[in-house]
Design a protein around this ligand. Structure first.
Ligand SMILES: [Zn+2]
Length: 314
């Protein structure tokens, strides 16, 4: 996957930075060089040397130099990823109050069992459903013969990201589905869905995260209404395209109504070795084509599902 990210960090760079750090009188040059030296793994290395160097370097103020053009992540992304890539955080922050899809998912419990005030450090014990927050439904969710989440190869968690927008339709129709037609229209604009892709539905639900009533839209019979992946689209992706997974910004792969009727989009995709991300965030901020997703998946043994910290890079 190296080509996706452009030029990678090399051991040779490390050598150059270490050399500079050992000879501080030579290291304060242009602002760009300070920025270079202060970013990435070599910054840690330099800070590790701070004790030995502090006497000579303190006067130069170099150790304290902050990257002037760093993004909010604190990382010089152009250096790590190449070019002018942007990072979109595709995970919602979640806690005990994160909306859950009843009756299938239980809310998480957070018990703080140590605090800075009492024990000198902070620790939570979290009791949680695997389907908490932005999370992956793993291939084993509906089929014991499929891979557990910890067995999913790392290369399947870095993938071209295809974004299919149905938000306009979903605004008027809470039961809207991402259909085969939507996929073919996407392909007519951007070409064939790339091999190894994650296909993400943007139904506009990311923006509803703080408004559970507008996420689930339960009717008088307590049945939920939110968009999902249509069975025809699932069938097409599974049998005609070579994807690794799908993602939805709604609470489930299937629509709210279909989850009660027959969660067939789940079954079609998961029992054939794909994974599905639910509750993805900020899908609307990503381009339809050309982005890459990186999925940091919880790696508990034998997992059927699990929370993810997921990113979209473009
Ligand atoms: Zn789930």
């Amino acid at each position: 996957m190296k080509s996706v990210f452009g030029e990678a960090y090399t051991a040779e760079d490390d050598h150059i930075h270490a050399h500079q750090a050992n000879r501080p009188e030579e290291s304060v040059k242009s602002a760009a060089e300070v920025r270079r030296a202060a970013s990435g793994p070599s910054r840690r290395k330099m800070l590790g040397m701070a004790g030995a160097l502090s006497a000579t370097v303190a006067g130069l103020g170099m150790i304290d130099a902050k990257p002037a053009s760093a993004s909010s992540t604190g990382i010089d992304t152009s250096r790590v990823l190449g070019g002018n890539r942007r990072i979109v955080d595709m995970s919602h922050a979640w806690g005990a109050d994160f909306p859950v899809f009843r009756p299938f998912v239980e809310p998480a419990r957070f018990d703080q069992v140590a605090s800075v005030e009492k024990e000198g450090y902070n620790t939570f014990i979290i009791t949680m459903d695997e389907h908490s927050g932005t999370h992956m439904d793993g291939p084993k969710h509906f089929d014991n013969g499929q891979l557990a989440t910890d067995e999913i190869p790392a290369e399947n968690l870095i993938a071209p990201l295809v974004v299919v927008r149905i938000a306009d339709r979903a605004e008027k129709d809470l039961d809207a589905l991402l259909t085969y037609d939507d996929l073919r229209k996407w392909e007519s604009r951007h070409g064939r869905i790339p091999d190894g892709a994650v296909v993400a539905m943007d139904c506009g639900w990311s923006g509803r995260i703080n408004d559970p009533a507008r996420i689930f839209n339960r009717d008088a019979a307590d049945k939920p209404h939110f968009p999902g992946i249509g069975w025809d689209a699932a069938e097409f992706l599974e049998s005609r395209r070579n994807i690794v997974g799908v993602a939805t910004d709604s609470p489930s792969l299937d629509s709210g109504a279909n989850n009660y009727l027959d969660p067939r989009a789940h079954k079609i995709l998961l029992t054939t070795g794909h994974y599905g991300i639910e509750w993805a965030a900020n899908v609307d901020k990503l381009p339809e084509s050309g982005a890459v997703t990186v999925i940091g998946l919880m790696k508990h043994k034998g997992g059927f599902a699990g929370p993810v910290r997921m990113f979209g890079l473009y």
